[in-house]
Design a protein around this ligand. Structure first.
Ligand SMILES: Nc1ncnc2[nH]cnc12
Ligand SMILES: [Zn+2]
Length: 338
């Protein structure tokens, strides 16, 4: 990889559309918050934490990720976590982000609903004021829990609904198909929320069909396994559905064995609206810029491919049409200036 491609990617204006804020908790901050909140961690050092980040599948990762989130106790903790992420995004040329958080991970350990929500929203405002980065917040339902528990989360979220752009569906996919959440997703949509679902990360193409047909999703998170089904792939292309693809996550969680086998290039060549994202960057070895760079290296993305990814990140965002057009024009202007 030449330095020039690295610089080209970091300067390319982009949005991140698939980021779990709890997944941006770096070991250093985990240690600092554990100390601040007098919480014992089962690790003696930052190096020991990083050494534990060797996953063979999604569940391996989730076990450590939910444990790590336990150090987040106060609004200030969530604000510190959030602004730290946006500083990284700024360094990678990010100008907008639509971020997930998992309310149930926090309410289930006794925090009031307001603590995480207010802290993250404060961090997002700080990012806009200090860094000029805009953002939107998406609350995700944990799919290993019941639909009833998701309904309870929607009830608790009632005072915040004007500050959430949408809902998501995450956590362990296999055995928890989108159809399990049909009613709560319908209720969420009726409250004006846009619908996202992780589908086709580890789960089969049938889960992607369910996300489309039963949930009526506005975006699919991951979507890799849709490529196993030609008719489904064609449908995603025809519908222009945005896929929030996460290459380094896919590598860490063994969705692909080698980054050289990653389908990103194939997705673009097929005309899918793929975007490039980091998912849980503190756990998967890279933020959004690293995801662009390492994928470009591994599968041979051209500058035009990279610009397409950046444009897809804006066209697939939940921003108003005029803002999308302004950001896409900025990508074209950036390309023309090279
Ligand atoms: N990659 C992922 N898949 C499902 N749930 C998640 N929660 C955080 N990251 C996730
Ligand atoms: Zn995810």
């Amino acid at each position: 990889m030449t330095d020039t491609l690295d610089a080209f990617i970091r300067g390319l204006p982009k949005a991140e559309l698939h980021l779990h804020i709890e997944g941006s908790l770096e070991p250093e901050l985990m240690f600092a918050l554990a100390q601040r909140n007098r919480i014992d961690l089962p690790f003696q050092s930052v190096e020991e934490i990083r050494a534990a980040y060797a996953f063979s599948n999604l569940q391996d990762f989730l076990d450590i990720y939910y444990q790590g989130a336990g150090v987040l106790q106060t609004e200030e903790d969530f604000q510190d976590l959030t602004i730290a992420y946006f500083r990284r995004l700024k360094a990678d040329g990010g100008v907008h982000a639509e971020i997930f958080y998992d309310p149930q991970t926090h309410t289930d350990r006794g925090l009031p609903f307001s603590v995480a929500a207010d802290g993250i929203l404060a961090g997002m405002k700080q990012a806009e004021d200090e860094l000029g980065i805009t953002s939107r917040l998406i609350m995700s339902y944990l799919r290993h829990l019941s639909e009833e528990a998701a309904f309870e989360t929607l009830r608790q979220a009632e005072p915040y609904l004007d500050r959430f752009v949408g809902v998501g569906l995450d956590s362990g996919e296999v055995g928890h198909p989108p159809s399990k959440f049909a009613n709560v997703m319908k209720a969420s949509r009726e409250r004006g929320l846009l619908i996202n679902a992780h589908a086709g990360e580890e789960g089969p193409p049938a889960y992607v069909y369910e996300a489309l047909d039963i949930l009526g999703v506005d975006r699919i998170d991951h979507g890799n396994r849709a490529l196993e089904d030609q008719a489904l792939t064609r449908r995603l292309v025809d519908m222009g559905i945005t896929l929030t693809v996460c290459p380094l996550s896919n590598l860490s969680l063994c969705v692909v064995k080698d980054l050289k086998e990653h389908p990103m290039k194939r997705m673009l060549d097929l005309g899918l609206k793929a975007t490039c994202n980091s998912d849980d960057p503190a756990y998967f070895g890279g933020y959004v810029g690293d995801n662009y760079i390492r994928t470009a290296e591994a599968v041979g993305l051209t500058r035009d491919d990279l610009a397409t990814l950046a444009k897809n990140s804006f066209s697939g965002s939940f921003l108003p049409a005029a803002d999308k057009a302004r950001h896409i024009a900025a990508v074209d202007a950036y390309l023309a200036a090279q």
